[in-house]
Design a protein around this ligand. Structure first.
Ligand SMILES: NC(=O)c1ccc[n+]([C@@H]2O[C@H](COP(=O)([O-])OP(=O)(O)OC[C@H]3O[C@@H](n4cnc5c(N)ncnc54)[C@H](O)[C@@H]3O)[C@@H](O)[C@H]2O)c1
Length: 381
């Protein structure tokens, strides 16, 4: 196996999820390239050293620019807050590195457009971590839709519900709480949670042409951790939108961090002419499937336990009946990325695919602000 040296930036939630994937992927997938944990980068030398030692990185950097300059790094993996993605990705592309960037691609569409331009001009492999596509049950949903089993699609319904920001005393900004600071996050639940739902929806059901949205910021002022001052909250705490897909089906999406009792309830349901499917992140190895063509006396929702060798990704894991989990979606993404590089047919979602999602997020926020339907710009002509 040829080696590809990874330089990861950020040691938080995603830094750990990605590192775990790089460590496991070559054990479970047959690959031509093997990722090597070459360097970890973050601003705090002591903390990044502790992270590097725990996960097996060979070296550390405290300035991402130095990491990008290094000749021994092939892949730059961006696991930092949203407001840093563009600058790091653009510099990495200029240096000819392959790039894996966390979602959302950018702070907004215009920033994303520039990133797409830079990365496509540099012609380097590029991918965005919309990892839910690689949940075997979600990949199976894609297969069933592409085979035409659902027929014409009428409805796409998605939700992503959490409850962790209800406390009005929770500050905004800084480590762990940058998601509440609009200058670091770009938006609230729209870019953080709905972006996942939108990416999956576009992948499964095609592009969205127009949206009508409402957003709310329930807690309007919070103390900012970096300044100590109480300042306005600029993010959307909740967002709901209606939309029309290019294929004529109707979209209803909802996300909030104020749904008491829900920690990460990502669900989607698709209703087609012949069949429907439903998926729930809390039960991620199952795909619920209703086929109207079944004999009426036994017709009903089937709960497909996606664990068999002929179901997506599963032959690489254990024996049929034994399930896998959240972290494996990242392993699958790395496997597909490396296989794409080997075949010179890069796997998606590319930066341009993620730009399409960014355009939907922009349209949603603009619709909510202006109180009217908004057309969605498209990333592909
Ligand atoms: N794909 C997913 O399901 C998923 C899940 C969570 C987060 N994310 C995305 O991943 C990114 C990171 O989120 P997280 O939850 O891991 O955040 P986190 O707060 O847990 O970690 C962020 C890391 O970035 C580092 N960092 C911040 N600014 C930096 C800089 N200028 N230079 C170097 N390091 C810097 C911090 O020290 C920290 O290690 C975000 O873009 C987020 O939207 C994606």
């Amino acid at each position: 196996m040829k080696k590809l040296n990874v330089g990861i930036i950020g040691y938080g939630f995603m830094g750990r999820a990605h590192s775990n994937a790089y460590r496991k992927v070559a054990n479970f997938f047959d690959l031509q390239y093997e990722p090597v944990l070459k360097a970890a980068c973050a601003r705090d030398a002591k903390k990044v050293k502790a992270f590097a030692d725990k996960w097996g990185y060979q070296s550390i950097e405290t300035d991402w620019r130095k990491l990008i300059e290094r000749k021994d790094i092939d892949i730059i993996d961006i696991c930092t807050p949203n407001n840093t993605h563009a600058e790091i990705a653009n510099a990495a592309a200029h240096a000819g590195k392959m790039i894996l960037c966390e979602k959302p691609l950018s702070m907004d569409g215009p920033e994303g457009e520039k990133m797409v331009k830079v990365v496509e001009k540099a012609n380097v492999p590029n991918m965005v971590w919309y990892n839910y596509r690689r949940t075997p049950a979600v990949t199976l949903a894609k297969q069933l839709i592409d085979e035409g089993r659902l027929g014409r699609i009428f409805h796409y319904r998605a939700k992503f519900l959490q409850d962790w920001t209800i406390n009005p005393d929770l500050p905004q900004g800084g480590a762990g709480l940058w998601r509440l600071d609009v200058k670091a996050a770009g938006s609230g639940v729209t870019g953080d949670l709905l972006a996942h739902c939108i990416d999956t929806a576009i992948w499964l059901n095609g592009t969205i042409d127009q949206v009508s949205a409402m957003t709310e910021t329930f807690v309007k002022k919070r103390m900012h951790n970096l300044t100590g001052k109480v300042t306005n909250v600029g993010i959307d705490d909740a967002c709901a939108f209606l939309g029309r897909f290019t294929n004529g089906s109707l979209a209803t999406f909802e996300s909030t961090r104020y749904a008491r009792g829900h920690k990460a309830l990502y669900t989607f349901e698709i209703n087609g002419e012949h069949a429907s499917i439903f998926w729930d992140l809390h039960d991620l190895h199952r795909l619920q499937y209703f086929d109207h063509k079944d004999d009426s006396v036994v017709r009903g929702w089937r709960s497909i336990h996606v664990s068999d060798g002929d179901q997506p990704y599963m032959k690489n894991w254990w024996v049929p009946g034994l399930q896998i989990g959240y972290e494996h979606t990242f392993v699958h993404q790395v496997a597909d990325f490396l296989q794409g590089v080997a075949k010179d047919k890069w796997a998606g979602p590319a930066f341009r695919d993620a730009l399409e999602t960014q355009y939907v997020c922009d349209a949603v926020l603009s619709s909510a602000k202006n109180d009217r339907w908004q057309k969605v710009k498209h990333a592909y002509k």
